[in-house]
Design a protein around this ligand. Structure first.
Ligand code: HMG
Ligand code: MG
Length: 306
């Protein structure tokens, strides 16, 4: 690692995905009021972009079946972007009717994963998203993009970074303001991160690429450290370290927001997010879960003596 970052390079943009990616795989019923308390607590902590639910088919992801109720109970704060994941025009229409003004589209670098996840080929998914993006732009709705399986696919194995370029480009062509690169099953290590950043950074501005690490193999924090060193400034994370994908059984939680903040703070970066308030929000949610929160920093923070 080189020295501390220069002032102009210190700002890091964190997108909190806990209420969507964090919760979509839980198999106990979490009441909508508990999801809303979690969302409001995270915004109180200083989060300025947060993915609060998804308008997918409730049979495919039952935990997100209350997407309309989540929006109905939302107390919006100025300056905060509240995103919802949408898989198609039907999802977009539901999101709009609920009052959503920022959507995330999601496809993958692997055909096998896209088929399992949204029952479409990559081309079909991008055709669908072209229709969604057209509607969104006409409505003044912001559009974010995700590419899953950037490093590896649970069905097809390793993915070459070169195979990711085309789908990232097509999402930017649809007008996405940023594209999040998913290590869906959490297998990446810093050397692979470097390869991905070398290849994609040569084609796209780094400040429009987001790193989305899952922590299955415990490398997520190392991957964040490598990414910031390479000039990336945008990260997705999930409070408490919750997460997983129902269509990638080998995936566990996202990098925990607590772990991300602890690392970045110690490296001299600024997120504008207060870790105590994140810990409290995750703690409140944890009362509704059937297991402890995975985040190491969350546990250590509560028991800290210094
Ligand atoms: P399908 O069965 O192919 O859908 O599912 P369809 O278009 O054939 O329609 C079948 C029925 O579903 C119809 O109803 C539609 O109206 C209805 P019917 O006429 O039979 O009564 N339908 C819907 N209902 C509610 N909301 C909708 C909707 N769309 C259709 N939006 C579909 C296709 C995309 C809907 C399904 O595959 C789906 O919902 N998939 C969601 C998968 C998902 O949420 N995965 C997790 C998120 S991705 C992720 O976690 C990765 C990420 O974090 C990044 C990373 O880590 O890599 C983002
Ligand atoms: Mg994810």
């Amino acid at each position: 690692m080189s020295g501390p970052p220069a002032p102009a390079e210190r700002a890091i943009h964190v997108t909190e995905v806990g209420p969507r990616d964090g919760l979509q795989n839980e198999n106990v019923v979490i009441p909508t009021h508990a999801k809303l308390a979690f969302i409001h607590g995270l915004v109180d902590a200083g989060v300025r972009q947060i993915e609060i639910t998804s308008f997918v088919h409730p049979r495919w992801v039952p935990m997100m079946a209350d997407a309309e109720e989540v929006f109905a109970g939302l107390e919006r704060r100025p300056g905060v972007r509240y995103l919802a994941l949408v898989p198609n025009v039907r999802g977009y229409e539901r999101a709009r009717a609920a009052g959503c003004d920022a959507v995330a589209l999601f496809t993958a670098a692997s055909e096998a994963f896209t088929k399992m996840n949204i029952n479409a080929t990559i081309d079909e998914s991008l055709e669908t998203f072209a229709a969604v993006a057209k509607r969104a732009h006409a409505d003044g709705v912001a559009v974010r993009g995700y590419v899953s399986t950037v490093y590896a696919c649970p069905f097809a194995g390793a993915i070459a970074p070169e195979a990711v370029i085309d789908v990232v480009e097509r999402l930017f062509d649809l007008g996405c303001y940023e594209v999040s690169l998913g290590d869906t099953i959490g297998v990446a290590t810093p050397s692979e991160v470097r390869r991905v950043v070398d290849v994609l950074g040569a084609r796209f501005p780094l400040d429009r690429l987001v790193m989305h690490f899952h922590d299955t193999w415990g490398m997520a924090v190392a991957n964040v450290a490598q990414s910031v060193e390479l000039g990336l400034r945008r990260f997705d994370s999930s409070a408490g370290g919750l997460g997983g994908c129902p269509y990638a059984r080998s995936a566990t939680g996202n990098v925990a927001t607590e772990d991300l903040l602890y690392l970045l703070d110690h490296l001299g970066y600024e997120t504008g997010i207060d870790i105590d308030t994140v810990v409290a929000a995750a703690e409140g949610l944890a009362r509704h879960l059937a297991h402890p929160l995975p985040s190491r920093v969350h546990k250590a923070w509560k028991g800290r003596v210094i």
